[in-house]
Design a protein around this ligand. Structure first.
Ligand code: SF4
Length: 149
C-alpha cells in the first residue's frame, strides 16, 4: 500500500524545534508498504527550526499572534499534490500537530492542552477521502491494511 507519512515520524529533523520524532515501528511497516514522506510545514515554505504554531479559530498562529495560515495552507495543498501523484489513499500523520494532527490537536493556548480537531493538512486530506492514522493508532492501521489487502 502507498502511504503518505509525516516525515518527522521517519526520523527527519523537520519539526519546529529542529528534531524528528522517530517511530521505530514504522521501520518494519516500511518493508510491507511504500512510504511517501512529507512535511507540510516545510513544503509551505517555513524554516526549520521555526516558532511553534497552534490553530485558533481555523487560523494557524504563533504565540504572539503572527499568522502562518498562508504557509500552512500551502503546505496542505502541496502535501495533497504528493498524495495524488503517488496515489496514496492512506496516510500516517503525526498526532496533535496543527498540520498533521488527526482527532486531537493543541488547543491554541500554547499550554500543551489538546482539543478535538484536525490539523490543516489532515483536514484537507480527509476531505479528499484519504484514510488517516497517526503514530498513536498504528494497530488500527495494521488491521486496516490487512482488511483491505
Ligand atoms: S508538519 Fe507534520 S511532518 Fe512536518 S514536522 Fe510537523 S508534524 Fe512533522
Amino acid at each position: 500500500m502507498k502511504v503518505l507519512v509525516s516525515a518527522c515520524l521517519l526520523g527527519l529533523d523537520c519539526r519546529y524545534c529542529g528534531t524528528g520524532k522517530y517511530i521505530h515501528e514504522l521501520k518494519s511497516l516500511s518493508k510491507e508498504h511504500q512510504f511517501i514522506p512529507v512535511c507540510p510545514e516545510q513544503l509551505g515554505g517555513l524554516p526549520t527550526p521555526r516558532n511553534p504554531v497552534e490553530l485558533r479559530e481555523g487560523r494557524a498562529v504563533e504565540q504572539d499572534g503572527t499568522d502562518r495560515t498562508e504557509q500552512f495552507s500551502k503546505g496542505a495543498a502541496e502535501s495533497l499534490k504528493l498524495a495524488e501523484y503517488f496515489e496514496c489513499k492512506t496516510a500516517i500523520l503525526k498526532a496533535n500537530s496543527p498540520s498533521c494532527g488527526y482527532g486531537q490537536i493543541y488547543d491554541g493556548t500554547f499550554n500543551g492542552k489538546l482539543k478535538a480537531g484536525k490539523g490543516l493538512t489532515s483536514e484537507l486530506l480527509h476531505k479528499k477521502g484519504i484514510k488517516i492514522f497517526t503514530e498513536e493508532s498504528l494497530d488500527e492501521f495494521i488491521a486496516y491494511a490487512k482488511r483491505i489487502g
